[in-house]
Design a protein around this ligand. Structure first.
Ligand code: NAD
Length: 487
């Protein structure tokens, strides 16, 4: 069966999803399809009243379904049925996502959706395995650390991998016994609505997953400031993360998890397997056209190998051919919007104007839609935004070093610390670098996530607070209570 589809005739679930019902709503926020720049159905805008309704619905559903009080294995079974249905219905889900996002439809079915289903199953398995602890006390007492769900979790996710990031929030929150009110990005609103519909169809009690559509200012802040939201789980830019932290501080302190931006380095030593490093570097920056939080955008190369390695990476990057996300053969996707591609080009052109050498790329592709040429910049000024800011596009910078300490100093970003890559054949050096680099994830001789969902993801510095994935993400959805019984 072909996954390619006609973007003008694809049916979309246009509305909020509350209490198991799709509430049709007028499109308010314009959306232009990234693959051809043409308008599609816009995004509705939930105000504070609708967010309030979603929160109250979630609370009522928790009570009527006794979700937190079910035999834990029953939660596991229901969530796994949802994961199964996502895979069965992957084609429909992928098409809705591919229409307005930068994710190619073919990659969604084999990648994002399959992996998200697997992650939901992974979290579902925690429900009957992570429990409370009995703790050592004297023999006249019984001490326990009990854990329990928060209640209603508020989740907000970005546009770059909407299904994946929604799964990272919904999986652990539901497995841990919570209900969720989630807002996807206003640029990619509808796939997550469909994902929630599938959950209800698979047996997740109606009202446990509520999707409200809208922007950050109106809908997002109504979620983060709502007194009925017991915990906030956010993925997005560091700028929005800071605004959310401030809003939560002002409206009533509550726990929050923030998965934010990055400007991650990839350090290559002269003893590395260079073809392998070139493959990993090119694949990591071409994935989603650089629109990935962990994109390894800063190449830090040991003297002597910089020339040949940049040449090898450039050859791989130049091979890409753009294609619309609704064509299943497309591999190299567009940038999400005109605003974002203009920002990318602005940073690149400013760097070149200040003396950077443009090794390849450096401009828009000559085709419809928002496609940007894979770009490599060398000799970038240390104060250039190209080296300091998250570009969120297919742009690599190149810096060189002689000694290990110099590489570490270059890798150390003043504000970000999300991920880093080290390529070397020296095991001791690999371990030393892994210990010293200040980032939440270190990849050695590779630069990509694996399907080992037990490894948490999250940032140091302003790249975040708390973790998604792993046991930590499950535990972050339960609060602990100390109980001491006098015997
Ligand atoms: P963004 O911060 O602009 O928006 C993210 C989400 O937050 C959207 O749903 C938006 O509507 C909402 N939002 C924005 N301001 C808000 C506010 N004040 N209150 C409440 N909600 C608000 O980010 P984006 O442009 O959609 O996504 C790209 C960013 O996401 C990049 O910085 C990227 O690094 C980051 N990201 C991080 C991870 C991670 O795991 N660390 C994963 C994916 C993306």
């Amino acid at each position: 069966m072909s996954l390619s589809f006609d973007p003008d005739t694809l049916p979309l679930p246009v509305g909020h999803f509350i209490g198991g019902d799709l509430l049709p709503a007028e499109p308010v926020i314009d959306i232009l399809r990234p693959s051809d720049g043409r308008p599609q159905t816009g995004c509705p805008l939930a105000g504070a009243d609708l967010v309030d309704r979603a929160v109250n619905t979630a609370k009522a559903a928790l009570k009527s379904s006794n979700w937190a009080g079910l035999r834990p294995r029953e939660r596991t079974r229901i969530l796994q049925a949802w994961a199964d249905l996502m895979e069965t219905e992957a084609a429909t889900l992928a098409k809705i996502e591919a229409l307005s996002s930068s994710r190619p439809v073919g990659q969604l079915v084999a990648g994002d959706i399959a992996v998200t289903a697997e992650q939901i199953r992974f979290f579902a398995e925690f429900a009957d395995k992570e429990g409370s602890d009995l703790v050592p006390t004297d023999d006249r007492s019984l001490g326990m650390i009990m854990t329990e769900p928060y209640g209603v979790v508020g989740a907000i996710v970005p546009w770059n991998v909407p299904i994946s990031t929604a799964g990272w929030k919904l999986g652990p929150a539901l497995a841990a016994g919570n209900a969720v009110v989630l807002k996807p990005s206003e640029q990619t609103p509808f796939s997550v609505v469909h994902m929630a519909r599938l959950a209800v169809k698979a047996g997740v009690p109606a009202g446990l997953i509520n999707i409200v559509l809208g922007d950050g200012q109106t809908t997002g802040s109504a979620i983060t400031g709502h007194p009925g939201i017991a915990k906030v789980s956010f993925t997005g830019s560091s700028r929005a993360g800071a605004a959310i932290a401030g809003h939560i501080a002002a409206t009533g302190i509550k726990p929050m998890t923030l998965e934010l931006g990055g400007k991650s380095p990839q350090i290559v030593f002269a003893d590395a397997d260079l073809p392998r490093a070139a493959d990993a570097i090119a694949a990591s920056i071409l994935a989603n056209a650089g629109q990935g939080c962990v994109a390894g955008t800063r190449l830090i190369l040991q003297d002597g190998i910089a020339g040949p390695l940049v040449e090898a990476v450039a050859a791989r990057m130049e091979r890409v051919r753009p294609g619309p996300t609704w064509d299943e053969t497309s591999c190299y996707p567009p940038i999400i919007s005109e605003v974002q591609i203009s920002r990318i080009d602005g940073i690149v052109q400013a760097a070149i104007a200040h003396g950077a050498e443009c090794v390849i790329g450096g401009g828009r592709m000559d085709c419809a839609g928002y496609f940007y040429k894979p770009t490599i910049l060398a000799n970038v000024s240390p104060r250039s935004p190209a080296l300091l800011e998250e570009i969120f596009g297919p742009v690599l910078t190149v810096q060189t070093f002689t000694e290990e300490e110099e590489a570490l100093a270059l890798a150390d970003h003043p504000t970000y610390g999300l991920a880093a890559g080290v390529f070397t054949s020296d095991l001791s050096r690999a371990v030393r670098m892994s210990r010293l680099i200040q980032a939440g994830t270190i990849w050695v001789n590779r630069y990509s996530r694996s399907r080992d969902h037990i490894l948490p993801t999250g940032g140091y510095k302003q790249s975040g607070l708390g973790k998604d994935l792993g046991r930590e993400a499950y535990l972050a959805n339960r609060k602990s209570k100390s109980v001491l019984i006098g015997l």
